[in-house]
Structure formats: structure tokens, C-alpha cells
Design a protein around this ligand. Sequence first.
Ligand SMILES: [Mg+2]
Ligand SMILES: [Zn+2]
Length: 180
Amino acid sequence: MSDITQQSSASLRPAVFLDRDGTLIRDTGYLDNVAGVQLLPGVDAALAALAQAGFILVVVTNQSGIGRGLIRAEVVEQQHDRLRELLRPAGVELAAVEYCPHAPDTGCTCRKPLPGMLLRAARRLGIDLAASFMVGDKPADVSAGHAAGCRTVFLGAECAGADFNAPDVPAAAAWILAWR
Ligand SMILES: [Mg+2]
Ligand SMILES: [Zn+2]
């Protein structure tokens, strides 16, 4: 029996939270099929290195296309099955894939820049947020990471408040591994 409320801090694990579109896979905008799920270069090896170093891997993705009526939730879940399948040859297992299905104007607490998805995963999986990192290609990813108490890596040139800027996930992973 495991009860999260009884979990001592010693048993909490660090995580790397990862945005999906434009971070792990190509961002095609409201991807509504499974065949379009394509890993960006080096992502599989980079995630394998992070897992090897003891990080659990959690994807946190805004999928407002569902709430906007553009994509069915079932298709998004199939996309996540495909993502797991693409990562498996590198030995990478995702601990969770959290998605926010809501449109921006619904006032939900999970859509990034709010930290709801990170906090939910942290409770469920026993994650040490202060020892964790958020990696993403939008300022909303950085905001969500900071709001959850994580360090943040922005994939791009500049983002106010990001702890590090990197061109891609392999560079982000190298920085995270050097930081520890
Ligand atoms: Mg993105
Ligand atoms: Zn939401």
C-alpha cells in the first residue's frame, strides 16, 4: 500500500517535465492524426541519458485542439501511445503523459502557464519538484515550471526567467546533467 501522504521526502524522485509539440516531436499545429508524430533529432538518446541519471520523465502538453473541437481526445491518446512506441527502442519509458484538453477560456487549472499538470503528476508519482526541471519551447512552459518550483530550460533564444536557453532537447539534457 502506498499512500502519497506518508511518503518521506527521501523517497521523492526528481523529474524532467517535457513539453510535447516543438520539444519532443515536430510541431505541426493541432496535429489530428497519429502518423504525424515524429521525434525531433536526438530526443530519444537525450531522454535515455536523463533516465539513466535517475530522472523520471513526464510529458505535460496543452492540447486545446480537443476543447476547440478540432481533435478527438482518443486520437491524442493514440498519439501518446505512438510517442511511447517511438521512444521504446532507446529504452525510454515515460512515467506519465499529462495533457490539458481545455480551451484557453475555460478557466481550468491545468493549462500551461498554470502548473496544474506538473503538480498532479508530482502528487501521484512522488516527485521532488525542487530537484526537477521543466523543458519547453514556449514561455508558458517556463512559467509553469517556475510556478511548480522547478528549474526551467527554454528551447529558443531568450525567455525572461528561464534558467537556461538551449537549442534543443539534447542540449537541454546536457545542461541538466551537468547541473547535478
Ligand atoms: Mg511546445
Ligand atoms: Zn486544462
